[in-house]
Design a protein around this ligand. Structure first.
Ligand code: NDP
Length: 247
């Protein structure tokens, strides 16, 4: 197993891509803290999937856009498992709308969760990772952060910000043996994309060289790789898991 004895925090671990990441990290031997916003039943389901396969996990409700809550959450994980080796900043939301009609609250909510939440969680774990002189941070961005997308100015700005943040953290913390990378999914079958409707998905698939939507587990495999020593010389990179959408 690649991650025996390691502890991972996965934000947005209750559903979708985050759940697949939590399960995959646990399958490689990591203790996993499943962080979620409010869906306790879904978080319990992730825990069940992990414990059924013999893994160790806890779930903690924590709004990543609340810095005090994030500090408490990281402290609780440290007390529970003793170390924090891997952080996956996966929690994310969309509030789509054309620029001229975009409410300030929809702009702010998307920036707060996707970008500021990533900052709060990273800052909180860095304290421990610097002391132990090791760590791997993986931020889930999006192809939309690379290309832009009509109707998603807030989301694209947040996800582009995550890429700049990832690279800056990589430069700052490399000397402490802390790696920082991003994964950019394309179109993945989750609750987030289920609301888009068949026509929109079909339109996206026409622009995907591999010709299909992906499953969350296919993103999780890339995250496990970046979390592990197999990626020991990789930092500051964006790994696209998008069927060739952006190249
Ligand atoms: P889902 O909508 O399926 O799940 C979102 C997760 O984030 C849930 O676990 C939710 O918790 C959690 N969450 C939302 N807001 C907060 C918050 N403020 N604090 C803590 N947790 C929060 O999303 P996906 O699995 O589709 O997406 C996961 C990530 O991947 C996101 O960052 C998304 O932007 C990105 N992505 C997704 C793509 C896709 O095609 N699906 C493509 C590219 C990027 P709860 O269950 O409690 O609500």
């Amino acid at each position: 197993m690649l991650l025996t004895g390691k502890t991972a925090i996965v934000t947005g671990g209750s559903r979708g891509i985050g759940r697949a990441i939590a399960v995959a990290l646990a399958a490689e031997g990591a203790n996993v803290a499943v962080i979620y916003a409010g869906n306790t039943a879904a978080a319990e389901e992730t825990l069940n999937l992990i414990t059924e396969q013999g893994g160790r996990a806890v779930s903690l409700q924590c709004d990543v856009s609340d810095s005090a809550a994030v500090a408490d959450m990281v402290k609780a994980v440290k007390e529970q498992f003793g170390t924090i080796d891997i952080l996956v900043n996966n929690a994310g939301i969309t509030r789509d709308g054309l620029l001229m009609r975009m409410k300030e609250s929809d702009w702010q909510a998307v920036i707060d969760t996707n970008l500021t939440g990533t900052f709060y969680c990273t800052k909180a774990v860095t304290k421990w990772m610097m002391k132990q002189r090791s760590g791997s941070i993986i931020n889930i961005t999006s192809v939309v952060g690379q290309t832009g997308n009509a109707g998603q100015a807030n989301y694209a700005a947040a996800k582009a910000g995550v890429i700049g943040f990832t690279k800056s953290v990589a430069k700052e913390l490399a000397s402490r043996n802390i790696r920082s990378n991003a994964v950019a999914p394309g179109c993945i079958a989750t609750d987030m994309t289920a609301v888009l409707g068949e026509d929109v998905i079909d339109g996206m698939v026409r622009n995907i060289p591999l010709g299909r939507v992906a499953q969350p587990e296919e993103v999780a495999k890339a995250v496990v790789f970046l979390a592990s020593e197999n990626a020991s010389y990789i930092t500051g990179q964006v790994l696209n898991v998008d069927g060739g959408m952006v190249m």
